[in-house]
Each structure stands twice: as C-alpha cells, then as structure tokens.
Design a protein around this ligand. Structure first.
Ligand code: GLA
Length: 395
C-alpha cells in the first residue's frame, strides 16, 4: 500500500536509462555516470548560515549525469527534460548573466579549475527525478553531480566536504543564491540509513542513524515554487549577521538557550533581529533534542519538536506561506503523524512529516484531498528512506 507513494525510477533504473540516452544522443557510450540525490531537512532550518546544527537526509530522488571526455575544450550537455543542447567552450565558463541551467555546470567547472583540478571538454546527458523549486535541493544536486562526473571522468579525487564547499561557492556566484552549506553537504555526505548531523561552524558531522522501522519520512510538495534569490532569504541572513555583531558573537549559534531571555533584552537588537535570534537559538536547541529523541526511539517527542520548528519558522522567522501552514496543520492533526513542518528555504516548496508506516497511504490521501479542496491543485506526496549521498560509476 505505502509503496504506491514510493513509485518512481530508482537510481539503478535512471543510471541504466541515462547510458542509453547518452548513446542515442552522442553516438558512443558514456565513460561515467554520476548520481546525486535531493535532500530533505528533518530539522535545523535557517541556521546553517549562522553556524548552527542541521539534520538533513538524502532522498530517493536523483539527478544523474552521464559523461564522456572529449579531446577538445567543448562541453555539450543534453537533458531528458529540456529540448536542445547547451554548448560552450571551457573559455566561456566565467561568471556571466546567463540564466539558463548551464550556470550550475559552469560554476562548478570554474571552481574546479580555480582549485587546480584538470577540467577537459566533455559530452553529457542528464536526467532527474528531483522536483524543481520544491525545497529539495535540485540545484545542489545539479552542482554535485557535475563535480562528481568531471572528477570521475578525469580520474581525480577530492574530499567530499571540499567539493560541497566548491558547489556552495558556485551557487553563490553563478546562481546568485547566498545559501549556507547544508544542501551541498547533504547531497554529498549523507550516508544510507542516516541523517547527517552537521555542525555548520566547525564543518564536522556525524551520521545519525534513522533507526525507526515503523516510521517513514513523508514529503509533501505544495507545488508553490520557492525562489530563494528574490531577496527575503538574503534579508534574514543579513539580520542574523547584524544581530551576531550587536551581541559580539561570531555566529548566533554561540548563544545558549539558557541565556536567551537576557540576550533578547539587549537594547541594540531591533524587532527583526530579536525574531531572528529567538528562532536560531530555539531551533538549535530543538535540533539537538531531536537527535537525542531519535537515538532513544522517542518518535513522538521528535515529532513535537518538528511541529515547534514549524511554528517558529512561521511566526518568528516568517519564511512559511499559507500553503505550507495548511499542510503542516492538516498533517499534524492526523492519526499516525508524529510531526510535520515546512522544510528547506520556505516561501513555498515542501513539508516533511514523520508518519507511521501503517497509515502512510491514508495520511497521504487525506492531505491530498484536503489540499486540493482548498487550493485547487494536488500536492506531490511521497515517502523516502534516508538515502546515500552522491556517487559515480564507470560504465
Ligand atoms: C536553503 C539554503 C540552505 C539553508 C536552507 C534553510 O535550502 O540553500 O543553505 O539555509 O535554505 O535551512
């Protein structure tokens, strides 16, 4: 029953399919196929750019890129979901105002080259099952899959966290989104069956087992496309950094929950900064408590923390929207749902819910019916296991 919420192409099917499509397009077999998953953040939202702690999982939705190196410096990329071919030479990969999707590829190629890695021309073919604009990090997967494919086909190795940082720089400089490190780290460093408990200041992480056989991660995509480059994300980030400056800390993560009331009384903080500080301090506390609750198998406790996270993102941080609030409120009332919150950057995109496996299909159905009655369109609902970070295969 619950499998009906899981039907999509597996990584294996995608990898096999992309090799055939590559050959049809370019007349030869690819040398390598790289795979990068999307990610869902379980908790620890809007804290990564303040040195906080996050808890994402890789999802079973993937971007795949088949490649074959060329003798010259031409890059040609075709994609199963877009008509036409993107073509450029390696002399043309510097930052420019190009708005097409090749900016993610160019950004990573430039980063690799600037870091001293060999970059050659190549032919590529791509496909993806990660919904775009759903808060599931399709752009981080795009960057990661490019990095893995190019490193793979040129026989080079790179530390995964270094590659994540390089991808983050590409996102800043080529896509214009001042994101934190969570998404790129998640799509590259998550371990199968685990959540990635990442300290975004020290850039160290632990694999936190998602060891709850009766429970599933459910993703509910509102279908409202989020646009992080539109300014609100940058405004929150700037207010947080200003608040840290006023409080004399490197990052908001250094304020303990025990000092919160005293900190908020600081006269140098305006109303906006107070909200940002309160969200960050309480969210970091919730994330630690969630890790502990999950380790102890206390799913309903973890679920309540997810619900509180949603409230904080809606009321203090103001990055939710009517559709996400409706999904969270609807899901939270259903039997067998431990908790539900918006996930990712917000302003649209998806919610994540912790759902008991026995009722996952009926929960998905109830949310779909209620959402469609209110907003007129069906949300995209699916279950995912905590998957593995990206990889590359030779073909
Ligand atoms: C986006 C950004 C991440 C993170 C989240 C919010 O996904 O890319 O770096 O800030 O929003 O937690």
């Amino acid at each position: 029953m619950t499998d009906s919420l899981k039907t999509t192409r597996t990584a294996e099917i995608l990898v096999n399919g992309i090799a055939e499509q590559f050959e049809r397009q370019w007349g030869q077999a690819p040398s390598h196929v790289a795979v990068a998953p999307g990610r869902v953040n379980v908790i620890g939202e809007h804290v990564d750019y303040n040195g906080g702690w996050v808890l994402p999982a890789a999802i079973e939705r993937y971007m795949v890129m088949a490649v074959r190196p060329r003798e010259d410096d031409v890059a040609r990329v075709a994609d199963a979901n877009f008509a036409g071919v993107i073509e450029f030479t390696l002399n043309e990969i510097e930052r420019d105002s190009t708005k097409d999707w090749s900016r993610y590829i160019r950004g990573v190629l430039a980063g690799l080259r600037n870091a001293g890695y060999k970059v050659t021309g190549f032919d590529a073919y791509m496909d993806s099952t990660i919904p775009v604009g759903a808060g599931l990090s399709s752009s981080a997967a795009f960057e990661a899959v490019t990095g893995l494919a190019v490193l793979g086909m040129t026989g080079q190795e790179m530390d995964r966290f270094e590659l994540a940082k390089l991808c983050q720089t590409a996102e800043h400089e080529y896509a214009g989104v001042p994101c934190g490190i969570m998404d790129q780290a998640a799509v590259l460093n998550c371990g199968e069956g685990n959540l990635l408990f990442l300290d975004c200041e020290s850039e160290t992480f632990q694999q936190a087992p998602f060891d709850a056989p009766e429970w599933r991660l459910m993703i509910i995509n509102s279908g409202v496309a989020h646009e992080l480059a539109d300014g609100e994300y940058g405004k929150r980030r700037a207010a947080c950094h200003k608040a840290a400056e006023v409080l004399g800390v490197k990052n908001l993560r250094h304020i303990s929950i025990n000092d919160l009331d005293g900190t908020l009384a600081n006269e140098g903080l305006d109303e906006e900064m107070v909200r940002c500080v309160r969200h960050n301090v309480t969210e970091n506390d919730r994330t630690h408590k969630t890790v502990q609750a999950l380790a102890e198998g206390k799913i309903s406790k973890a679920g309540k923390l997810l619900n509180q996270s949603h409230d904080s993102l809606r009321d203090d941080y103001r990055v939710s929207c009517e559709e996400l609030d409706y999904i969270a409120a609807t899901a939270q009332q259903l039997e067998g749902v431990a908790g539900c919150r918006m996930t990712g950057g917000g302003f649209g995109g998806s919610c994540i819910a912790l759902v008991h496996k026995d009722v996952a299909a009926s929960v998905g159905g109830s949310i779909t019916i209620a959402y469609q009655a209110k907003f007129g369109n069906r949300p995209g609902v699916f279950l995912t296991a905590a998957g593995r970070g990206g990889w590359v295969e030779t073909t």
